[in-house]
Design a protein around this ligand. Structure first.
Ligand SMILES: [Zn+2]
Ligand SMILES: [Zn+2]
Length: 117
């Protein structure tokens, strides 16, 4: 999301907030942009990935609108701890994880499963 009052023609890094934790985008935490300015930061993505992919969490309970792709989804999803309306679907979690890992400068890696045999 963008901060209220952000000039759409001159968006600064600090105008961009993670939709899931409302942190500003900084050099130290990568950010992935979804549709229409929705964003998820690397930290939330790690949490979401671990929860949904490894933990089997599904906060959407079968039918929800994903904040990142803005589609009605029925796959597993993760909800922001501070905004239960902000959900991200499994597909977007995987896409975002792949996108972040593509850039070695970011140093982001998807979390490993705790007990992966
Ligand atoms: Zn975040
Ligand atoms: Zn999605």
């Amino acid at each position: 999301m963008h901060k209220p009052g952000t000039d759409p023609l001159d968006v600064q890094m600090t105008d961009v907030l993670c939709d899931y934790c409302h942190r500003e985008w900084t050099e130290t935490i990568p950010m992935i942009e979804g549709h229409h300015g929705s964003c998820v930061c690397g930290r939330c993505l790690s949490t979401a990935y671990a929860a949904v992919v490894h933990g089997g969490i599904d906060d959407g309970h079968g039918a929800f609108k994903c904040r990142m792709c803005l589609e009605e989804r029925s796959d597993a999803s993760w909800a922001s701890p501070i905004d239960s309306e902000a959900l991200v679907c499994l597909r977007c979690i995987k896409l975002a994880a792949r996108a972040l890992e593509k850039d070695p400068d970011l140093g982001w890696h998807r979390p490993e499963a705790a007990a992966d045999a």
